[in-house]
Design a protein around this ligand. Structure first.
Ligand code: RB5
Length: 144
């Protein structure tokens, strides 16, 4: 895995899984910053999604991971920031191809949709998979 800097965030629906992902980051010595929330209390996912998206789009962080109840609100919001290619992922194949073909830079997960072990496999694959470039680069340029 390249030396990635990863921005992480969640709302109350994704708090437990965000903490698990932080443990994964610590065990694997991956540089990361937690953009909140820091205690499990009702919060508005667009706030943290915007903060993480801006941190990635600015180049300060290489990737972002956002967790809410479904992954959906986070991805809808993160994709409003120019340069962000956020994906809401529920299986390992999509995790891999979202990197290899779509060069996704923000991963969104739904704590209420998938279990911890699948989520951590998705995180692992998503962090380790590189963008293939080539014919896919032209299509990414078209999105921009
Ligand atoms: C919060 O109840 C829930 O709506 C939120 O975590 C997320 O699933 C939104 O997309």
């Amino acid at each position: 895995m390249e030396n990635l800097k990863v921005a992480i965030g969640c709302d109350h629906g994704g708090f437990h899984l965000k903490e698990k992902i932080k443990e994964y980051m610590e065990v694997h010595h991956i540089e990361h910053k937690d953009f909140g929330i820091y205690i499990k209390e009702a919060s508005d996912y667009p706030e943290v999604a915007k903060d993480v998206a801006k941190a990635v789009a600015s180049g300060e962080f290489d990737r972002g991971i956002l967790v809410c109840g479904t992954g959906l609100g986070m991805s809808i919001t993160a994709n409003k920031t120019k340069g962000i290619r956020a994906v809401s992922i529920e299986n390992t194949y999509s995790a891999r191809v979202s990197r290899a073909h779509n060069n996704s830079n923000v991963l969104c997960l739904g704590e209420r949709v998938i279990g911890d072990y699948l989520a951590l496999d998705i995180v692992d694959i998503w962090l380790k998979t590189g963008f293939e470039g080539g014919r896919h680069k032209k299509r990414i340029d078209m999105i921009e």
